[in-house]
Write a protein that binds this ligand. Structure first.
Ligand code: G3P
Ligand code: CA
Length: 301
């Protein structure tokens, strides 16, 4: 049974070679005809960096993601009162720093005073390191300065309705750091959002950037062909919550030529299951674990 599932998944990977969308391989943007990619790589996305091992959205977590051979650094964006894009998941600084309050009500200088590492040491003593104490919240620009074109970025526009102009600022920075390209191979970025409006805006600003529509479900998920057709107008893939999907969901998305990158998969059994279902990438806090599972899976163990 297990062998059959693996066979199906490997077949899906092979079928991926003929998909009309691709990722670096995510190639061309949606809504345009594109040559089939020569390679469909299973993406290992270091979710908030290697955030199972280090404080999320710090340079330390991103460096670890790179060391652990994650393919993409996942970054959630918020925007400060004075208009700087910063890497942070929540709209408030409460959970991941020693401060309190809304990001939109703080200047970058105020954000920079916060300790974004000590909370992790307290919450996860088994992964705690002294060097995490006092880590700062990075701006998106600092992340690009540090990793440049040597890395690939999977960036989420968070709460875009709270931050008018977020998409334009993001695009400005991507262009300044030469991270966008005319096709998947030269593009170093995928943009993701739960907000369709935000993705449509990005698509209008630059139709070459690969986009992924995030989906959140409260109960077991289904996706209709109409929904898929609509998503394909602007995006190359979907990112649903793994806990709500099944093999049929994955197959439907793939049969219709979209990538599927479920979030957030951390346990080895679940990572294996996702591979067997035929996903084309995963968001994980443990990129090292996913690589181990992937290696076993490919070797047929
Ligand atoms: O971006 C994929 C996944 O990260 C979406 O959930 O809440 O972790 O940003 P969240
Ligand atoms: Ca995210």
């Amino acid at each position: 049974m297990k062998k059959n599932l693996r066979k199906t998944a490997l077949l899906c990977l092979t079928l991926g070679l003929t998909l009309q969308v691709s990722i670096p391989g995510v190639a061309a943007a949606a809504g345009k005809s594109s040559s089939p990619t020569t390679e469909t790589k299973l993406l290992n996305v270091a979710h908030r960096g290697a955030s199972g091992h280090a404080p999320e959205h710090t340079i330390a977590a991103y460096e670890l993601g790179e060391e652990m051979k994650g393919d993409y650094i996942e970054i959630d964006l918020q925007m400060t009162k004075d208009g700087h894009l910063i890497a942070m998941h929540d709209e408030t600084v409460n959970r991941t720093t020693n401060g309190t309050g809304l990001v939109k009500e703080k200047t970058l200088e105020e954000i920079k005073e916060l300790d974004a590492g000590s909370w992790f040491n307290e919450k996860y003593p088994e992964y705690a390191k002294e060097e995490y104490e006092g880590l700062q919240v990075p701006t998106l620009e600092e992340v690009f300065e540090r990793f440049g074109r040597g890395a690939d970025y999977y960036i989420e526009t968070k709460s875009p309705d709270v931050y008018p102009g977020m998409e334009e600022k993001l695009l400005e920075l991507l262009e300044e750091y030469k991270l966008t390209g005319v096709n998947g191979r030269s593009s170093h970025v995928i943009i993701q959002s739960f907000s369709q409006e935000s993705l449509l805006k990005m698509h209008e600003l630059n139709s070459q950037i690969p986009l992924v529509q995030l989906k959140s479900y409260r109960s077991p998920a289904t996706i209709t062909e109409e929904e898929i057709k609509e998503i394909k107008e602007y995006a190359v893939g979907v990112g649903p919550n793994f806990a709500r999907i099944d093999k049929a969901y994955v197959e439907k998305v793939r049969e219709n030529g979209l990538h599927i990158h479920p979030y957030t998969i951390n346990e080895k059994d679940d990572l294996r299951k996702a591979l067997e279902w035929g996903v084309t990438g995963v968001f994980t806090n443990f990129p090292d674990r996913f690589n181990e599972v992937l290696k076993e899976f490919k070797s047929g163990k």
